[in-house]
Design a binder for this molecule. Structure first.
Ligand SMILES: Cc1cc2nc3c(=O)[nH]c(=O)nc-3n(C[C@H](O)[C@H](O)[C@H](O)COP(=O)(O)OP(=O)(O)OC[C@H]3O[C@@H](n4cnc5c(N)ncnc54)[C@H](O)[C@@H]3O)c2cc1C
Length: 334
């Protein structure tokens, strides 16, 4: 970790001077730079988290206005980290110009997209108590054999094991389980092919992605970091740690994000703007299926023949089963 620096740009006023501190809000320990060139040298180290601008730095020493323009250009090209700023210049015209430029820079630094992982959450966990489901299924199964007198502690599990072993799986249809799933649009398209399940999926027609777009991390791009991103860290990281395909992919997403937002701001409807969105756009859905169908889905989609992304998601669902309803998946040899 680098130390973070607060920069004080001024040719005369010393940030450590208590009078200057009370008048201009400088702080002890700020790094004092007197010329535009010196400020640039420190800014390019990527360690500056704050800068306070003076404007008139004396002949040949540059100016705060010119430095702000340089910061804007560097930021636009993805070469500067996010920093906070203030202006302590006494020149009102320059103050306005610096503020104008730095406000535009702030826009480049806002969160523009988020890379997330797939996720699975059991909905209404209390309602999905394994014992309740086992009791329900046992009751239904014992109806077939009129063997209610055999119901005792642990008899449900035994009966379910036997039904599964003998292929008498219709009894599992009496109990349903719901998951809240976040995955890619492409994965969800495969998921909803399963007809014996119910779905409620986030609508791209009615929900505009107003703040920032979320994309699912592709499994084949290990290097792509999960998190909220501005343009800045992408390039900062890419220069040091990432291979080209990571950046190419990321830049593609950035472009899509911009196009989508432009369309929305021009008055296009979300259902029109969505046509630009890629397959890895994140989507949320609630999915409910009975246990027989979940077992069928898990069998098909955990197979090595299924896509890697689908296997990854299904392993998350299998894990939820193993934790909450192990009886229904204990025959899975995966
Ligand atoms: C590895 C893999 C590759 C695939 N590739 C493709 C592809 O290239 N293109 C493509 O279009 N799809 C593809 N699919 C999707 C596949 O064709 C099915 O649509 C999907 O797996 C749903 O399976 P299902 O029909 O068995 O299950 P569900 O719809 O979940 O139904 C469960 C079961 O109910 C019964 N059932 C449901 N509806 C009917 C019905 N109408 N008539 C009779 N029985 C019914 C069947 O026994 C079925 O197995 C692929 C799936 C897998 C796992």
């Amino acid at each position: 970790m680098h130390a973070t620096i607060k920069l004080w740009l001024d040719d005369e006023r010393n940030p450590d001077d208590p009078q200057i501190q009370s008048k201009f809000y400088s702080e002890p320990g700020m790094v004092w730079v007197k010329t535009e060139e010196d400020a640039k040298k420190i800014l390019t180290t990527g360690t500056v988290k704050f800068i306070s601008f003076d404007n008139d730095l004396g002949l040949g020493n540059g100016s705060g206005t010119s430095l702000a323009n340089w910061i804007e250009e560097q930021t636009y090209n993805g070469k500067l980290n996010r920093l906070n700023w203030a202006i302590h210049s006494m020149n009102p015209v320059a103050c306005k110009a610096i503020a104008w430029t730095m406000k535009s820079v702030d826009k480049y630094w806002r969160i523009i997209m988020e890379i997330i992982d797939h996720s699975v959450v059991l909905m209404q966990p209390g309602e999905h108590d394994e014992n309740k489901l086992v009791d329900l299924i046992e009751y239904a199964a014992r109806t077939c054999y009129q063997s209610f007198d055999k119901m005792k502690v642990g008899s449900g599990e035994e009966l379910i094991r036997s039904c599964i072993k003998n292929g008498h799986e219709s009894v599992l249809e009496h109990a349903v389980i719901s998951f809240h799933i976040i995955t890619s649009r492409y994965n969800s398209h495969e998921l909803v092919r399963h007809r014996i399940a119910s779905y409620s999926q986030e609508s791209q027609r009615y929900c505009a992605y107003k703040q920032h777009l979320k994309f699912i991390k592709p499994l084949w791009l290990n290097e792509i970091p999960i998190g909220k991103w501005t343009i800045i860290p992408i390039v900062e990281k890419s220069e040091f740690t990432t291979p080209l395909n990571w950046i190419t992919f990321f830049k593609g997403l950035l472009e899509v994000e911009q196009l989508y937002k432009n369309l929305i701001s021009q008055g296009y409807k979300p259902e029109e703007a969505r046509e630009i969105l890629p397959n890895c756009t994140a989507t949320e859905l609630a999915m409910t299926a009975n246990i027989r169908e979940w077992r069928h889905i898990l069998n098909l989609r955990l197979s090595p023949k299924a896509s890697k992304e689908m296997q990854y998601l299904m392993n998350m669902i299998l894990d939820e089963f193993k934790i909450n309803f192990p009886i229904f998946v204990e025959d899975f040899k995966l």
